[in-house]
Design a protein around this ligand. Structure first.
Ligand code: GLA
Length: 711
């Protein structure tokens, strides 16, 4: 039983909650002041033995309720000065919460044990429920909260976070996260916490490219395969924040949820509000263990489908806005010859979209570019044995479009203020029912009238002038939440109506990838930077939190359009084969020999695809510490594995140390093979402890090793 409640009589001070998973205990209780006092999170303990630690803490009259720094969830009121979970404004102006636990129960939710704590305010009719859904085999807990207004006046939620994760006492807290920017997303960063706060957040209206709602904390000594790592990932695709705070008394916690910046939610009588889910976990096996647990969680519990990703071709970098039926057919013929399974037409197929300054919002097929309609191209693509996908950006509009000329009031804006254009576009107010309907209508037409199997849904600008025309002033700040709710509702409806269509989440690259979006999207576009060398670092950071299966990676042209770097075709393929493989180059300029080589790589990818997309991932070596980057994927019964290794630049004739593999059975014998080299047979123990010598030479060399059980 993963959740045990220890109580001797009625609910009161002394009640203990003991959550136990395969490798983790999470223990808290109600102390005599009624505070939900956290006691332990980490390696397993006998929770009951912590009962006598459940007592108020005090340092001085200035710091009188110190245990509130380790409260499971904090309600702003009384003597509390940290990051609040919930902060409200009652109709009479009172801004102080006195919440008392009234019920603790364990039930089941979608096949998992769930703990539900109910708290009520002492005076006002406000109920809050805290939920903990437990995944024993993954050492994860999903947490979220719900507020219910049972009174007869409005209650304004000024801040309502999903959860707080109190951390165990530790001499040092190393905080790991990702940072970045357009074309350079998911760069790993680490910092030691000192007293005060470290805040990761988005205020741009979507998840954002500058950081991502995921964190990890350790004591500074964990590595890929050992040491305790505490981590969390938030499922929200709008403004969010994650706050790590270390108090002057050494208490550390990480809180997170919807960003309170410029945000309020008015709870009318009888209404409730539910926060997004914040999933937290503990890995006793370092950062690798953390990632594998998050990966399995996404694959088994979050993503909308279990199907493997198809090898796709996308014509964006080949044609940009110069999309024509004939040119696309020519590309499709070459792609089919190479073994591509899905052909995707990107931006530029609709309205007057000949550049990024016009046409966005006018979702009718451009007849000059597709004289026989989209259907004719789709028929060709299908005849070539591929399925068809298409790009859309439904939330945005160019001012130079028929849609905007018809409905200038359909965008977010403030009166008496200019409308800031980013990438020459404005954002549609999808919280308006008629705008939401417009999007649903054109998407249903597009998907209903054409044989389309895949949608790449883009979103290429941040929010500015967040005004909700026509909505009462006191609800204007709900825009940040309402946009995301409406977006999720649109995706949910489309997925229900078109269950055979798969979706990719894209936002000018990887700016909208999070556990919220991944409940609707089958895959994601991590970055517009397709340079295979830059990508390796982006993909490494991505892999800390997200599954390789959802990481779409294209092989594009060399020299690369963004940075002029030339890379061998094999290096470009190997880099892209570590995720969901796609091709994005101008195939018409590829030589016959390159096309033959590409076909061979694609055939290999199809063989190893179940390992990459369904196996366990081990990061073996990183460019952050070494001239070698290497990553391995292993199947569930440890009989089959693939390793990719990349060398940056060889200096002074230096040799690489042997590459130590992971995840194998030490007693089994494996055959290790690389193209062009004779296979060798070694025990798993030798491969993991002494390693495989690599013959990577010069600059940008790479290898794919196949490691298969030999008996
Ligand atoms: C964004 C996407 C690209 C491409 C362009 C099209 O930048 O990230 O992949 O689709 O838009 O305009």
């Amino acid at each position: 039983m993963p959740v045990t409640i220890h109580k001797d009589g009625p609910l009161c001070g002394g009640t203990l909650v003991d959550i136990r998973t395969d490798h983790m205990s999470y223990v808290f209780g109600i102390n005599e002041r009624g505070v939900l006092q956290h006691l332990h999170w980490g390696l397993p303990v006998a929770g009951r033995e912590l009962g006598d630690r459940l007592r108020p803490l005090r340092y001085s009259s200035f710091d009188a309720e110190l245990e509130r720094e380790m409260e499971e969830y904090t309600f702003w009121g009384g003597a509390f000065y940290g990051e609040p979970g919930l902060k409200v404004r009652f109709a009479d102006g009172v801004r102080d919460l006195r919440m008392k636990v009234t019920d603790v129960l364990v039930d089941a939710d979608r096949g998992r044990d769930r703990l539900v704590l109910t708290l009520k305010d002492e005076h006002y009719d406000l109920t809050v429920r805290l939920f903990y859904r437990v995944f024993p085999e993954l050492d994860l807990i999903e947490r979220h909260a719900e507020a219910v207004n049972g009174g007869s006046d409005d209650i304004v939620l000024e801040q309502f976070l999903s959860a707080a994760w109190p951390l165990p006492a530790c001499a040092k807290y190393r905080f790991t996260h990702v940072a970045g920017r357009w074309a350079g997303e998911y760069q790993l960063r680490e910092t030691f916490l000192s007293e005060g706060k470290k805040v990761l957040e988005s205020r741009g209206g979507f998840t954002g490219p500058h950081t991502n709602p995921w964190f990890a904390v350790d004591d500074g000594r964990a590595d890929e395969s050992s040491g305790g790592v505490w981590f969390g990932a938030l499922g929200w695709s709008g403004n969010w924040k994650i706050v790590a705070e270390l108090s002057s008394f050494g208490h550390a916690r990480v809180s997170g949820g919807i960003n309170d910046f410029d945000s309020e939610w008015r709870l009318r009588p009888g209404e409730s509000f539910t926060t997004p889910v914040f999933t937290g976990g503990f890995s006793p096996a370092g950062f690798g263990g953390m990632s594998r647990s998050l990966h399995r969680y996404q694959r088994d519990e979050v993503l909308p489908s279990r199907s493997l990703r198809k090898v796709l071709y996308n014509s964006w970098e080949a044609t940009y806005f110069d999309v024509h039926a004939q040119g696309q057919i020519e590309l499709a013929r070459i792609a089919a010859k190479m073994g591509v399974e899905r052909f995707v037409v990107d931006d530029g197929w609709f309205g007057a979209r000949n550049h990024d300054r016009a046409g966005l919002g006018d979702w009718t097929v451009n007849p000059a570019k597709f004289p026989d309609g989209l259907g004719a191209l789709i028929a060709e693509v299908k005849a070539l044995g591929m399925d068809f996908g298409i790009w859309v950006e439904p939330e945005a509009v160019n001012p130079d479009s028929d849609l905007y000329r018809r409905h200038p009031d359909w965008v977010y804006h403030f009166p008496n203020r200019p409308r800031t254009e980013l990438r020459n576009q404005l954002l549609l107010n999808i919280t308006k029912p008629e705008v939401k309907q417009y999007i649903l209508d054109f998407m249903c037409r597009l998907l209903g009238e054409h044989d389309i199997s895949f949608i790449k849904w883009d979103m290429n600008r941040t929010f500015t002038e967040p005004g909700l025309a026509g909505v009462p002033v006191e609800q204007q700040k709900e825009i940040w939440i309402r946009h995301v709710q409406s977006l999720y509702a649109i995706w949910a409806e489309l997925r229900a109506k078109f269950p055979h269509v798969e979706f990719e989440t894209c936002a000018g690259g990887g700016a909208r990838i999070d556990l919220g979006m991944l409940r609707y999207a089958d895959q994601s576009w991590p970055s517009d930077n397709t340079d295979a060398f830059d990508r390796l670092r982006i993909q490494e950071g991505f892999s800390y939190a997200y599954h390789p299966r959802i990481m779409m990676c294209w092989v594009t042209d060399s020299p690369h359009g963004m940075n002029g770097r030339s890379l061998p075709l094999s290096f470009r393929f190997h880099s892209a084969m570590t995720g969901a493989l796609g091709i994005g180059g101008n195939l018409k300029a590829w030589t016959e020999e390159e096309i033959r080589e590409a076909a061979a790589h694609i055939a290999t990818y199809k063989e190893i695809r179940p390992l990459v997309q369904d196996g366990s991932q081990y990061r073996l070596s990183s460019f952050r510490h070494s001239p070698l980057m290497a990553v391995q994927y292993v199947n569930a019964d440890r009989t089959d594995s693939v390793v990719f290794a990349f060398r940056h630049a060889q200096q002074f004739g230096g040799r690489l140390p042997a590459l130590r593999l992971a995840g194998l059975d030490e007693h089994k014998k494996y055959e290790v093979s690389a193209s062009g080299e004779s296979p060798v047979i070694m025990h798993g123990g030798t491969l993991m402890n002494a390693g495989v010598p690599l013959s990577l030479r010069g600059d940008f060399d790479s290898v794919l090793l196949r490691v298969r059980a030999a008996e």
